[in-house]
Every structure is written in structure tokens, then in C-alpha cells.
Design a protein around this ligand. Sequence first.
Ligand code: SF4
Length: 668
Amino acid sequence: MAHVRKTACPLNCWDSCGFNVTIENDKVTKVEGDPTHPITLGKICGRGRMLETRANSSKRLLHPLKKVNGSFEQITWEQALDEIAARLQEVKEQHGSTAVLHSHDYANNGILKNLDQRFFNSYGGVTELYGSLCWGAGIEAQKWDFGEAWSHEPNDIYNSKNIIVWGRNVARTNMHFYEKLLEAKKQGAKLVVIDPLYNATAKIADEYITIKPGMDGLLAAGIIKEMFRLGLEDREFIEQFTHGVADLSQLLEEISLAEISEITEVSCEVMTKLAVVYADKPTATYMGLGMQRYKNGGNTIRFIDALVAISGNIGIAGGGANYANLQVGQSFAFEELTLSKRKQNHRQFSIMKQAEEVLAATDPEIKMIVVTCGNPLTQVPDTEVVEKAFTKVPTLVVIEQFMTDTAMLADYVLPTTTAFEEEDFYYSSMYHHYVNYGPKLVASPGETKSDLWIWTQLANRLGFGEDFDFTREEWLQMTLKPLEDKGITLEKLQALHTMELPVEKVPWSDRKFKTPTGKFEFTSFAVQQKGDNGRLTLAVPDESKWNSPKLAEKYPYSLLTIHPLRSNHSQNYHLLGANLKLKVEVAQNIAEEQGLKNGDYVKVWNDRGEVKGYIFILAKAHPNTINIDEGIWKQFGGSVNNLTSSRESDNGLGSTLYDCLVNLEKVN
Ligand code: SF4
């Protein structure tokens, strides 16, 4: 008999939706939206609905596998765990615990997924990854400027007079914000979209502004320049609550508006118009997570923050420099869960350069990689080098639901459960501030086991089982400990399924910033104390005609690799049907220059590699712009990261995936 139960989406997404899941004969048969969820209100996207296909797919990994003579063989859990534990022990004794690399990402969310860190900390401390392929440069930028990366709560949008959506196609990636934009427009707000691609969000804008990819920081500089020229800046806010405005003013003297217009390919008139919009408060700015994936990425977000500060749109309802909302995740007891102080040894590799660092490591060499919640072969830049590194390491263990590009290279593949098969909490630090409860809904198929079970078994074998000697209920209670006195308990969350977390709904309304000066910092005092100048710069992407003229001659097109519509990163491509083709989206001028029509087969290449795919012409994309959605698997023509660079952003914590010039030609 079918019955419906509430749970939540586990995917790494802005919206963190509430679900109503239909279950028949211990099987999930349908995933729909939960109309009672306060933010997501019953609507979900195709990626969420596909979780039913993922859970029931015949391609699920159901048994532990070991590679023997180049082929996978099914083994028992006992054998898999005994051999992996013995190898972990051997590596630690012979080379030290940092000879193990833990490659972790956020493919499967759920708070208890973080217990992998507890395992490796108790083991003695391993080589960990720092930074983020996705949003790292922007997070660090906002920490320099505000001291934290916090956003306004979703319904604050209805207080805005003007809304600037900058480099964020919310219609694809943040659908409930899209709904709110429609409502805010109905209530009279004006919507401006700035993006090199004329996307579905741009279609509902009152004004769409096209820009050369990677030049967003410079556009913000131009708007600030116009605000100063027209006397539109918020003098009171600047004088009382900011630090370093003289450095900013001096910097802007170094460039004319006409020069900014030439580089950004945005007219001076548009910059003047935007200066007036920013002064017409409250104006909210909602940034996406793509425009910081450049060498100048941190500076880009810092310049947009500076524009929001100069216009006095900080700490007021309807305003904000909304990029991430880390205060959501900061609500939980991560320290207690992960035991970060337990580790005795420690080494860090950049997540962007993990492959190069594996190949170069000597003291000690990397002898073992354990991959959790990720598919680095598809997601990490410069695929050729990643493949080389992950093939070279003597032991690769991958915990997975499917045979991904990374799992294909593994020595051991351990089959794990989906969110419907285990109890956990779900939240997102990108958008709303509600935590969702997800009960175990169905039995786990085959021999699949939760990540938590795997860590517990390995910990028992390695002699630190007491660190994992808790029931799931106890782990969940531990997670909520800091929230208990605010009335958020496991029992309540189990009953209500979603609860509002106690966060600042309009951050910085008290004007007390978490920076060393206590002010908004145009020039970062913390960075200055470390010996750098901490100032904003007039930086542009590394791979641009301004910084690399010869490269730009050889490779005239800017490549973007935006999030796919039907897959969460690389997660669903194998489920999307056999006729899946890699789509190369090109601006109209490229098609005209190269004599291309829709459906033509082309090669896209640069010095790092190539991919082949089929042309789709974007009539309104910014000239010389190409997009290939990220995440596509090798067997379907990917990965687009064959083309991207492993360089790090200016502040060292983000990727430069979009800082990528390519050429293209038709092939047979
Ligand atoms: S992927 Fe995002 S929008 Fe889609 S169902 Fe999950 S949380 Fe909601």
C-alpha cells in the first residue's frame, strides 16, 4: 500500500527543498514537493525528482568491489574493510598518516556525512584539501570585507526597491528565489540582470546588461566611479562604518570610465544608469557563484561588496551583498562532530591543485587516496593531470553510489546509501535558513551501507571505535546541541520536519562587522597584517587579451562551464538516456565567423586538452563567449575540465575554472 512521507533534498543546491515522497512496497516511487515547507512551498526541480530514478537505478553499486588484474570483482564487506583498514595501518606506520589524502566534496549532503573528517582526525590527521572549486574565492573575499559571508533571509527581497541579480541564473539554480523575484516585481521592484548569457532569469528582467566574462569587478569599479562623480555615495555610512575608502578613491583615479567601458564591453551610459539605481535605496545585490571562478575572482566579489557599501546598501532591509549565507551551517556543532583538535599530523593541498600536489609530494609521498562525496575525475580542473595522479597512487578507495569516472580508477569501491535510506539533517548555506529533517524511508538495497556505518567499522578495526560508539539518534542530538536552548531539538525537528534557525535576517544591521577594525573594510586590515597590501585592484582575468595577448590571439573565445539543468554537477548524466550529447553553446558572432549551424560537430581546444560536441547557437550571448555545462562524464564526451586550468584565484581559496580561453573548429 502506497504512503507518503516528508523528507528533504540532499543535493548541494541553494534551495534545500522539502519533499513529499511516495513509498510502495519499501520502494520510493515518486518524489514531489512538500507544500508545507515555508520556503520551497511544494515546488521542486527535475534534479530533485530524479532522486527516485537514482535510488532505484539498476546501475546502483550494490556490493563492495575490488580491482584485481584490471577488473572489478565482488568481495565481502568483511574482506573490503579488513584490507582497507590494514592498508591504512600500514601506510601510517611506514610513511605517516599524512601519506593518506582525503579527497572530499559535497556531492551527497547530510550533516552526518561530515563524520568522514572525524574518522581521519581520529586516525591521526591526513592530507586534507583546502579551498573550493565553487565559491571559495568569494567566501574569502567577503570575510576580508565584512568578516563573514552572510546573506539576507529570502523574504527580505520584498523590501527591495531595486534588485540586481549579478551572474546568477536563478531560474536554473535557485528556483524558489526566481518565484520570489516574480512576486517582488509584481509588488513594484525593478529587476536588473547582469550576465554574459541571456538566460531564463534575464528574460524576466526590466533591464538586461551583457558583460564580457570575468570583467564584473571592473564594472563595479565603473559604477562606484560614477557614484562619486555624481555625488551619489552614502557619505555617512562610508565615514562612520568603513575603513580604507581613500585607497579605493586613489585606485579609481588610475582608470577612466571610457577605459572601463572598453574592457568590460559595457557602455558608460549603462554604468551611469546603474549608479543611479544603486543610490535609489534599498537596492539588493544577489551574486552568483560563477564570476569569482577567475584569477581575479576574489577581487571581483570584493569590488561588488565595495559598490554595495559605497551606496549604503549594507545592514538595511531590502539591501545586502548577498553571496553566501554561512551563518546557516555555523548553527551546528561541527567542532564536536569532526573532532578537529584530535589530529596529531596535518598537511593541506589546494583542492584545485590536488593532482599536481599528489604527483609532487615527497615528504611523505601520497600512498593512498580516499574519496568521499565527490567525483574529482570529472570536477577537478585539468583532467589529464588528475587522471595521472589518481592512477599513480598505490591505493585508491572510493565511496560511491554509481561507477563514476573516479570510481572506475579505484582499487576498492564501497557502495553507499542514498538519502532515502538513512536518517539525517539537510540545510544549505547558500540561501534560506531552515534546517530540514530526513528520516530513513526505505531499506538500503543490496549490500549498500551508510558512510557512517563504513567509518564506524573501519574505526573499530583501527582501534578508535569509541570515537564512533554513538547511535544515529545520539549523533543527531550532538549536532543540534548549540540549538537546544533556542528550542530546536531532535524530537521537535522529527515532528515538524523543518525549523527556522536563529540567524541574522538582515546581517550587519547593527553596523558591527566581524573584521579587525569592526568596520566594512575596502582595504583588508587582516591581510595587511599578514604582509600583503589588502587593497582592491583593477584586475582582469589571467587568460584575457589584457594579460595574455599572445594566448588571446591563439584562443579567442572565453569558455564558461555553468551548472547543468538536469544534473547536479556530474551526478545524473548516466541516468539521462543513451543519446546524451555534449552541447557546445556559442555566441552568434562565433557561429557567423566559423560558418557554423546548430548541430554541427566541433572540437573545442586549448593547450591543456580538447573536447568534442555539438553546436547550439545562443542568439543573445555576449560576443566571443562559449558555454559547455560542467559535469559530463568521459563516456559522453567530457569532461570539460580537460580544458580548464588548476590555477588558484587571487586569494588562494577558489578555482579559476572560467578563466579559460579556447578555440573551436568544425570536425567531421
Ligand atoms: S536540486 Fe535544489 S531545487 Fe531541486 S529539488 Fe533539490 S534542493 Fe530543490
